[in-house]
Design a protein around this ligand. Structure first.
Ligand code: CA
Ligand code: CA
Ligand code: CA
Ligand code: FE2
Length: 558
């Protein structure tokens, strides 16, 4: 409880200086039972509304590895940015939709030779921290625990669907997708590739041991968005451009070479572990080739979902996708509710971790879908892996890559050469065009995204024209939290998104609890350059009531 007490004293001290602002902040808080949506009220004790896991500072607890404590919950703060002045909260609003969101599960084959672990130290110097994390191998266990947590919630109150905002995989590999789907659907998950290893003798005691997932409750549909790590090697390189990429980057630094994932050679042989390896001691060498590591294209990615035997209403993607090379679609997630969900495919076919939307998806899909929803008097929520800020044009991609890697002159040259040789006839829309379009439709109220591995709630636009963008943390990095959304109608042409974050409920001593501890240590060891608070967000990025106006012709139907 140390940190809670410390925060309490900090609050008291701050209050003496800024009494007025603390007072208005506390008035902005909502008592749990009066205004909260019915669904959240039923499950509040399973969420961070009632109790939060807080890192312990106690030396002894840390030494024993018990570095998470249970602290007080965090109640909902109200954000009225999109509401006209004087708009008062209404008690007992009507629930329209209740769903969960998971993001960036990064189910990962840590043994894959197509990883950049050999270049980790080099990349770290450039401020890039994504080639290796000590909790990498435990990702299926964390996903499994979060699925169990969502099931506990769904047993209490009806959940309309589970939304997965992408980066389900880490390296776009077939075996990673089969582990991801099995974890969500239920069945055996054996997250081991190449040689069969058991780093700690016996079952159920290390990340490499097979386990049986119970899966998400069978009546709940789940919908996925396609992320950069679902399509691109290391979340950056299109498989068909791998030899071009390698021919350029091996001249600069041979540890930046990405080996074919199915091959038998690794730049840094990584064997399954019980305690995370010392990267500086890894050596290049032969490994057992494994065809199940093959890289997936969008078509194969989709097919693996559709081939899975299941009685679930929707498993990842609906069956009516118009174009299996691009995984965008729209659905009505609840029968009888005039609310359309439009899911975009922002994984860039030109490479990089950034997001792109080409003109075909924009003009032939997004705009017509928005027009139809407007004509039919429907609310619209947008879903994509990337948040709006990361939607780029081709020149935007290039510029962002220079900004990130340009300090290293040879790397900047390599990026220039790479971009000069890839297809340049791609017309991608800009962030401005994307956000201006969404703002121009008064029925668009929400954009749900992932990608940045952090909680963030942003008001895009203003009360005359705007919508909410909600990003959620990853299951890979600390705090490994997911999110619930309850969409309510208050009456008086006013709606609200009641949202809160959820911890995976993992008993102390379990592999997923161990992963959370490693993730916490990893995040804090990287401070201050990448403070873990970036991942957890500010208070107003987590548990909030986000209010918005509903066009009267739609409100009439609710
Ligand atoms: Ca493994
Ligand atoms: Ca293995
Ligand atoms: Ca074992
Ligand atoms: Fe991610």
């Amino acid at each position: 409880m140390n940190i809670t007490r410390r925060n309490f004293f900090k609050t008291i001290a701050a209050g003496a200086l800024f009494g007025q602002s603390l007072l208005s902040e506390s008035l902005g808080k909502v008592s749990l039972d009066t205004f909260m949506g019915q669904s959240l009220r039923h499950v509040a004790d399973l969420t961070t509304l009632k109790r939060r896991l807080v890192p312990s500072l106690a030396f002894l607890e840390k030494a024993l590895g018990l570095n998470m404590n249970v602290g007080a919950g965090e109640s909902l703060s109200v954000r009225n940015d999109l509401c006209e002045r004087g708009c008062e909260l209404k008690a007992n609003p009507k629930t329209l939709l209740f769903f969960g969101q998971i993001s960036d599960a990064h189910v990962l084959d840590e043994e894959s030779p197509a990883r950049l672990v050999a270049a980790e130290e080099y990349l770290e110097k450039l401020g890039v921290h994504s080639a290796f994390r000590p909790q990498d191998d435990l990702t299926p266990h964390v996903l499994n625990s979060m699925v169990e947590s969502m099931n506990e919630i769904a047993k209490r109150t009806p959940v309309d669907f589970l939304l997965n905002t992408g980066d389900s995989l880490d390296n776009a590999q077939q075996n990673e997708l089969s582990w991801f789907i099995s974890t969500l659907e239920g069945g055996e998950v054996d997250a081991d590739s190449g040689l069969n290893e058991d780093p700690l003798f016996g079952p159920n005691n290390d990340a490499n041991d097979p386990f049986v997932s119970r899966g998400l409750l069978a009546h709940i549909p789940w919908y996925s968005a396609f992320g950069n790590h679902d399509f691109l090697l290391q979340g950056n390189i299109p498989f068909h451009l791998l030899s071009l990429y390698n021919s350029i980057f091996e001249k600069i630094f041979d540890k930046l070479v990405i080996q074919n994932p199915v091959g038998d050679f690794s730049n840094a042989v990584l064997k399954p572990w019980t305690t995370p390896p010392n990267l500086s001691q890894l050596k290049p060498g032969k490994i057992i080739a494994d065809v199940q590591r093959s890289a997936l294209g969008a078509k194969e990615y989709l097919k693996m979902h559709w081939q899975k035997q299941s009685t679930r209403p929707v498993l990842g993607f609906p069956r009516n996708l118009s174009n299996s090379e691009f995984l965008y679609y729209s659905v009505y997630p609840k029968a009888g509710l005039p609310l359309k969900m439009i899911v975009l495919d922002t994984a860039s076919r030109s490479g990089t971790a950034l997001g792109t939307i080409d003109e075909v998806q924009y003009k032939k899909f997004l705009i017509p879908e928005l027009e139809k929803a407007k004509a039919n008097k429907e609310l619209v929520m947008i879903v994509s892996h990337h948040p709006g800020d990361d939607i780029k044009t081709l020149s935007g991609l290039r510029e962002e890559m220079y900004n990130t890697y340009g300090r290293e002159k040879s790397l900047a040259e390599g990026i220039k050469e790479f971009f000069s040789q890839i297809e340049v006839n791609q017309n991608y829309i800009s962030r401005e065009q994307f956000q201006e379009t969404l703002k121009s439709y008064p029925n668009v109220f929400l954009h749900v995204a992932g990608h940045r591995h952090s909680h963030k709630v942003t008001c895009i636009g203003s009360s005359s024209q705007g919508y909410w963008e909600v990003q959620s943390a990853s299951l890979l990095d600390y705090p490994q939290q997911s999110r619930l959304f309850e969409i309510v109608y208050e009456g008086n042409n006013t709606g609200a998104i009641h949202t809160c974050v959820v911890d995976h409920n993992s008993p102390s001593g379990s592999l997923s609890a161990y992963s959370r501890q490693l993730a916490y240590q990893d995040a804090t060891s990287r401070a201050p350059q990448s403070d873990f608070k970036d991942y957890t967000g500010k208070e107003a990025d987590r548990n909030t009531i986000l209010r918005f106006s509903i066009p009267p012709e739609i409100a009439k139907k609710l």
